[in-house]
Design a binder for this molecule. Sequence first.
Ligand code: 5GP
Length: 116
Amino acid sequence: MAEETIFSKIIRQEIPTPLLYQDDLVSAFRDISPNAKSHILIIPNKLIPTVNDVTEDDELALGRMFTVAKKLAKEEGIDESGYRLIMNCNKHAGQEVFHIHMHLVGGEPLGKMLSI
Ligand code: 5GP
């Protein structure tokens, strides 16, 4: 069994982080340390530690993450100006929280995709 992270507590609202969206499959909330004017995390409610642990059973939740990203981008008013969706996997990508999450970032020019 994978170890729970702080994100499971946020999903269950044991830590009072305002949710921007929640349904039976996914949740979304603002990043505590934003890297852009808009920085939202969209996560599956099920604990999946890394993208390497994704299975076919997760496809519905993973697809839902994209439709929620689109909806939240519109609500943030950044759908037309543009935004970036990022998922980090393991050490070289700098993954810090081992419960997969999609970063939705935008609200300002984001520069080149990679800064290594
Ligand atoms: P990673 O580097 O794993 O792709 O991204 C983890 C993200 O989670 C970071 O951007 C970090 O700021 C955010 N984060 C970590 N702990 C918390 C928390 O307790 N609450 C919120 N809202 N975001 C968090």
